[in-house]
Write a new protein. Structure first.
Length: 461
């Protein structure tokens, strides 16, 4: 699926009203009947069907007439609602190029009015989770209460609250700026994912720093659960930043020890292989808490003094209900069980490590007459949508649609993004063994000339 923000220029107030109506209808309908969309939108001068046709043309909604005639929001439609809300709130004014693609997210640069650059992460749960979908179907069957948009929103909210809390506790994480729907706005990290780094001045120091983070997290009552070379950014000064938090669990989780040891093993294996540190005897040796002659040792879960409750407190503070937390946990459990850290480096070959920071200013101006308050009202209402109101999704349809939406723009960059996304998806289909492409950092520096082609100047709304 391509995020073509250019379309935003052409969307009217009525378009957004109808799009919001579809979103609201999805609280209790998998497919929202057209009449219901019409009723919720209650356009002054009618014309809902014409608007729906336009939204369909831009792939913001998906039409389904298999059971009855109706529509549902696509991820692109959801993206637009989130982006518009952020722009109306003045969080950013322009969307730039895509800088990252994760297994279940897309990351873009955005620009603020003053020209400074932030990053947005659009969560896309369900994009790659075929196996998860299959097993979750059994679970979902009993609870007509899930859809991927809902799960993506939960993932974003969880990630946002953790980023905020971890930053407040002095952890090196991006600055959490804002969250809406499935979108998290954060500071842009000026570095590269560790997976792309071939040489370090002091690998031992970086290694210790990273292991220290795992231990400190546990002391705060948390386990990252996906702590690996894809989720650690490193800058030119070899400063480490950790990212990607939706799957974090508490140290009181029944599998806490296993997740902790797995995080540690990922780092040990990576540093042993990539930087030739002699850590072999520590790998998979979870009993080894004795210090070796150089003073380094494998951290031992049971000997860390842990403060339990951090996770619950932080989530409660963010408005995350216990039910939402359970929903999220059930979903990510499957993901975690499937994930393994990567020992495979080949797929990062050829990727560029340069961040090209030339986001063209793409101004999103509030349309005169479009009341932010009205929109906020709708959003507030939407936010209240409890999981019990959401219906079971058609997961594969989401996925297939994403594939078919790969309306390839003929630029090298777009091709390469699509290729990397397909590889990430293929990797997830193949099984638990992840490859470097699952979180790919994009772009050759020399390709920056292509960027302008995917950056769209947005007119006023
Ligand atoms: P996922 O949850 O899908 O794995 P991540 O949060 O790990 O997504 O992000 C995917 C990739 O996007 C990262 O590997 C990194 O290259 C890039 N990225 C994510 N957040 C930022 C950020 N704040 N600044 C710069 N790049 C980022
Ligand atoms: Mg990641």
């Amino acid at each position: 699926m391509k995020l073509d923000v250019n379309v935003l220029r052409y969307l009217s107030k009525d378009d957004f009203r109808v799009l919001t109506a579809v979103e609201m209808g999805m609280r209790n309908h998998e497919i929202v009947p057209s009449e219901l969309v019409d009723r919720i939108a209650s356009l002054k001068h009618g014309g809902t069907y014409k608007v729906l046709k336009n939204l369909l043309k831009h792939k913001l909604v998906h039409h389904d007439s298999s059971k009855y005639d109706g529509f549902r929001l696509t991820y692109l439609g959801y993206d637009f609602l989130a982006i518009k809300t952020m722009v109306n709130r003045g969080v950013f004014t322009a969307v730039g190029r895509q800088i990252g693609v994760g297994k279940e997210s897309d990351i873009f640069e955005v620009a603020k009015e003053d020209g400074s650059i932030l990053a947005i992460k659009l969560h896309r749960l369900g994009r790659t989770s075929f196996r998860a979908v299959k097993s979750k179907r059994d679970y979902l069957r009993h609870r007509r209460s899930f859809n991927w948009l809902y799960l993506s929103r939960l993932a974003a909210l969880k990630e946002f609250s953790f980023m905020k809390a971890l930053e407040e506790h002095g952890f090196p994480v991006p600055n959490a700026v804002e969250c809406n729907r499935h979108c998290v706005v954060m500071s842009l990290i000026h570095g590269y994912p560790l997976v792309q780094v071939r040489e370090l001045q002091s690998p031992e120091v970086v290694f210790e720093r990273i292991l220290g983070l795992i231990v400190r997290l546990a002391e705060h009552g948390l386990i990252h659960c996906d702590f690996n070379e894809f989720n650690i950014m490193i800058d030119d000064e070899e400063k480490v930043t950790m990212i990607d938090f939706p799957q974090m669990v508490s140290v009181s989780h029944r599998n806490a020890q296993m997740y902790f040891d797995r995080d540690v093993d990922c780092i040990l294996k990576f540093f042993s292989k990539r930087f030739n540190l002699s850590l072999e005897e520590q790998i998979d040796n979870t009993d080894n808490s004795e210090e070796d002659s150089e003073g380094s040792s494998r951290p031992c879960f049971s000997s860390i003094s842990k403060s339990v409750g951090f996770l619950d407190r932080e989530l409660a503070a963010s408005g995350f209900t216990r039910k939402e937390q359970d929903d999220m946990d059930k979903f990510v459990k499957e993901e975690k069980d499937q994930d393994q850290c990567s020992e495979d480096e080949e797929d990062s070959a050829g990727m560029d490590e340069t961040i090209v920071r030339d986001v063209v200013s793409l101004h999103l101006l509030d349309q005169p007459g479009h009341t932010v308050e009205g929109n906020e009202e709708e959003i507030k209402e939407n936010r209240q949508s409890c999981e019990g109101q959401l219906s079971e999704p058609c997961c594969e349809a989401h996925f297939n649609e994403d594939e078919s939406e790969e309306n390839v723009n003929d630029t090298e960059l777009v091709k390469s993004l699509n290729k990397q996304r397909r590889r990430a998806i293929a990797a997830a289909h193949r099984g638990g063994k992840t490859i470097a492409s699952r979180n790919s950092y994009k772009d050759k520096g020399g390709r920056s000339s292509h960027n302008s082609k995917i950056q769209k100047q947005l007119g006023s709304w």
